[in-house]
Each structure stands twice: as structure tokens, then as C-alpha cells.
Design a protein around this ligand. Structure first.
Ligand SMILES: Cc1cc2nc3c(=O)[nH]c(=O)nc-3n(C[C@H](O)[C@H](O)[C@H](O)COP(=O)(O)OP(=O)(O)OC[C@H]3O[C@@H](n4cnc5c(N)ncnc54)[C@H](O)[C@@H]3O)c2cc1C
Length: 386
């Protein structure tokens, strides 16, 4: 087997890996991405919900055919069907076709000089004094830095907790709102998470469910049983709600994106936080290669400075939420629907990417006092002492 010398080898050709590759290739480093599938972005698991602000922070302007829909608000349903509806046109949220989006990132990366080896599986890597050897199903590489962007399959070799089994269907139906995302809360059907409906257009939607210890397909079928629909596609995929791993870097080995559990603990969204990890990692490897000094700790610091406190807060929301029963959820819906604070706080300070403050403001001090009576939890105190 021939040995190929590269500055950087990245395993995983999705958002985090391709953005890291683009950054390195733009700075004229020799970078190869290994992607086990023969097509980029397939199978498509992600629903592609992201803010336009986040896209511009990632330096990506998606093609108009990649944007499937614009989202103007959300509808929250309690276990018994109580509805809270909010409008959020100012948050500028779009639904991406993730396969097309990843292919745009792929085109950008190869345009800038990265090599992307499809149908090539990462097997193993070994660190030596002066370099790292990476073995793939097709070649062996010697490189200075190795980046693990292999997603949840790589994370699960490090940790099992905080990974929920999810099922997702693309359906044809007419009972959802084509402009709004629906979130259905029910701790029996989707314990610790929710069922979501993300509209693609008037007649197509992405419907998913996740939860601790559930049979996600049968629970999703149960959710849909009284709702007329036709299933176009079925996908099984884990989502990550643990918050980030303790360490992103081991000398010249770096993990980014889902492999480092860099997804929001509330919603499991990771396009922005994982994509930015790819950029930060690429930039710090670039600095390291130029100065011949290992400066990759800058990546971890920048990521934690950007997302650390937000993810700590949302992890606390999650701990509170995990312990709620359906009767508590009903009371919280009553509290929230008794005032316009949720809509007001979205209007004034709504932020899709950093939403812990919006959640806190929406609850407000008076309602938090009532919440104390519903769930007595140290986590609530910690939220306010943060
Ligand atoms: C059902 C679902 C819905 C989601 N919806 C949203 C959403 O609406 N908004 C949002 O922000 N986030 C969402 N996410 C999360 C988002 O998809 C991920 O956070 C994001 O894709 C992480 O990107 P990544 O590059 O780190 O990993 P991944 O996208 O998981 O990519 C990993 C890549 O590594 C490749 N790979 C794996 N093993 C190997 C190997 N041994 N050799 C070579 N290649 C390998 C895989 O084929 C894949 O291409 C969703 C996730 C799921 C599961």
C-alpha cells in the first residue's frame, strides 16, 4: 500500500470535517478528507434547521435550491394538547436540504485544494514522535495532525450516555403549519425529548421522535396513527444531548463536531456548533503548521468561550426537563400561556443559537417561583446563579 504524505488527514466528510478542510486548503496546506460513503451527504439524517446568522458565521451562503423553507415561528403542544404558539420571523430560521448543503461544502473544499476520498473508511491511527500514521481502507497516510470528524459513531466509542435513539420520517400530509415548527412534549411517548415536525413545504414535512429507552419507530407510528399521512422515507439515527466531551485534543489528535458531542443539550442541533468547531480547528492547525508550534489548544478555548456557558445552562434545563412528569409539563404550559412573556422575550431578545437567556426571560422570576413549587431542584438555583 502506498504511503501518502499530508499535513492534515480528516476522517469524516460532513459539515465539521469539510469546513475544517476548506479552512486548511485555503491556507495552502495539504489536506485529505476520508469519507466512508460513496456520496457526500447520504444517508441524510439531519433536518437542517439553522439560523441565517449561524450560516454567515460559518462563511457559507447556501444556494437557493439548498434552502427548503423559511420558518416563521413555533407551536408547542403539551401532553394533553394545550397549544402555545409563537411567531419568530426576526430569528431568520431556514430549513436546509442537508445533502445539498454538504455537497456545497464539498465543492468549496475541493475548489480550494482539499482532496476528498469517498468510499474510503478510516481504520486506525498511530502517533509517533514526528508524525501520525493514518490507515484507511485504501491508503496509508503520514500527517502532522489528525482530525476526527466521524460523528456519533466515533463519540459512542468514548461515551454512551446522552445519546438518544431517534426515528425520522419524511411524510406527505396536510395537518401541519407550513411556516412553523411543531414540538410535541409527552414524557411517556418521548421521555427527555419531544416529537418534532419541520415543514418542507405545504405538503411535505420531516417528522421525528427521540427519547430515553424508547422504541423510536413504534412511538413515532403511535404519534402519527390518527394523523393522515404517507411515509416517503424512514431513517433511524441517534441524537446527542450530553453536552461536549471533556477534552477535544490529545496532542496532535483533534475531535470536532458530533464526535466531540458539540450539539445543543436541549435540541441536539449541531450544524452551527459543530461547523464552527471545524472552522476554529482548521484555523488553529493552520497557525500551528505556519509557526511549527502546537497551538491547537486555541481551538478548544475558542469553542468553549463561544458555547461553554450557553451549553452549561442548557444542560441544566435538560436536567430539570428530564425529571418532569406530564402533570408538571401541563402546569408549565399553564404558566407560560397565562402571559405574553414568551412572545415578548422572543421579540426582544430571541436567539435561536443561544436560547438559554430567552428561556429564562420567558419564565421570569414570578413564574420561576411557581416552578419551584412544581419541581424542587438544585438545577433551577444553579441556572440563576450562573
Ligand atoms: C434526526 C436528526 C436531526 C437533526 N436535525 C438538526 C437540525 O435541524 N439542526 C441542527 O443544527 N442539527 C441537527 N442535527 C444534528 C446535526 O446533524 C449534527 O450535529 C451534524 O451533522 C454534525 O456534523 P459532523 O460533521 O460532526 O458529523 P456527521 O454529520 O455525523 O458526519 C460524520 C461523517 O463521518 C463519516 N464517517 C463515519 N465514520 C467514518 C469512518 N470510519 N471513515 C470515514 N468516514 C466516516 C460519516 O459517513 C459522515 O459523513 C440533527 C441530527 C439528527 C440525527
Amino acid at each position: 500500500m502506498s504511503i501518502d504524505n499530508q499535513d492534515v488527514v480528516i476522517a469524516g466528510g460532513s459539515i465539521s470535517g469539510l469546513l475544517c478542510a476548506r479552512e486548511l486548503a485555503q491556507n495552502n496546506h495539504a489536506v485529505t478528507v476520508l469519507e466512508e460513503h460513496d456520496e457526500i451527504g447520504i444517508p441524510e439524517k439531519c433536518d437542517g434547521l439553522i439560523s441565517v446568522n449561524a450560516l454567515s458565521s460559518l462563511g457559507v451562503i447556501p444556494n437557493k435550491h439548498t434552502i427548503q423553507n423559511k420558518i416563521l415561528g413555533a407551536r408547542f403542544f403539551s401532553p394533553s394538547g394545550k397549544l402555545i404558539e409563537v411567531d419568530s420571523p426576526n430569528l431568520d430560521i431556514v430549513v436546509l436540504n442537508r445533502t445539498k448543503f454538504d455537497n456545497e461544502l464539498y465543492e468549496n473544499a475541493i475548489h480550494d485544494g482539499a482532496i476528498v476520498e469517498k468510499s474510503t473508511r478510516y481504520i486506525s491511527s498511530n502517533s509517533h514522535n514526528s508524525h501520525i500514521t493514518v490507515n484507511s481502507s485504501r491508503h496509508q497516510y503520514n500527517c502532522q495532525y489528525f482530525v476526527d470528524a466521524m460523528g456519533v459513531s466515533s463519540l459512542m466509542k468514548k461515551q454512551k450516555f446522552g445519546v438518544l435513539q431517534a426515528a425520522k420520517y419524511i411524510i406527505k400530509a396536510n395537518w401541519f403549519n407550513p411556516d412553523k415548527v411543531d414540538l410535541y412534549f409527552n414524557q411517556l411517548l418521548s421521555p427527555g425529548f419531544f416529537t418534532w415536525v419541520i415543514p418542507i413545504n405545504e405538503s411535505l414535512a420531516k417528522v421525528g421522535i427521540a427519547g430515553y429507552g424508547i422504541n423510536s419507530f413504534s412511538n413515532l407510528d403511535y404519534f402519527l396513527k390518527d394523523k393522515k399521512h404517507t411515509i416517503i422515507k424512514k431513517i433511524a439515527c441517534p441524537i446527542i444531548v450530553s453536552g461536549p466531551v471533556d477534552q477535544f485534543i490529545d496532542n496532535h489528535n483533534i475531535c470536532i463536531g458530533d464526535s466531540a458531542a458539540q450539539t445543543k443539550p436541549t435540541t441536539a442541533g449541531g450544524i452551527f456548533s459543530g461547523g464552527l468547531a471545524g472552522l476554529f480547528a482548521g484555523q488553529s492547525i493552520n497557525q500551528s503548521l505556519l509557526s511549527n508550534t502546537n497551538l491547537v489548544s486555541i481551538y478548544e478555548k475558542r469553542w468553549r468561550d463561544t458555547f461553554g456557558s450557553e451549553f452549561n445552562s442548557t444542560r441544566r434545563f435538560r436536567k430539570i426537563f428530564d425529571n418532569l412528569e406530564n402533570k408538571h409539563l401541563e402546569e408549565i404550559f399553564d404558566i407560560l400561556s397565562s402571559s405574553s412573556d414568551l412572545q415578548d422575550s422572543i421579540n426582544k431578545s430571541g436567539d435561536f443559537d443561544f436560547h438559554s437567556l430567552t428561556l429564562l426571560k420567558a419564565l421570569g422570576i414570578k413564574r420561576i417561583t411557581r416552578l419551584f413549587n412544581i419541581v424542587s431542584s438544585n438545577e433551577i438555583k444553579k441556572l440563576f446563579n450562573n
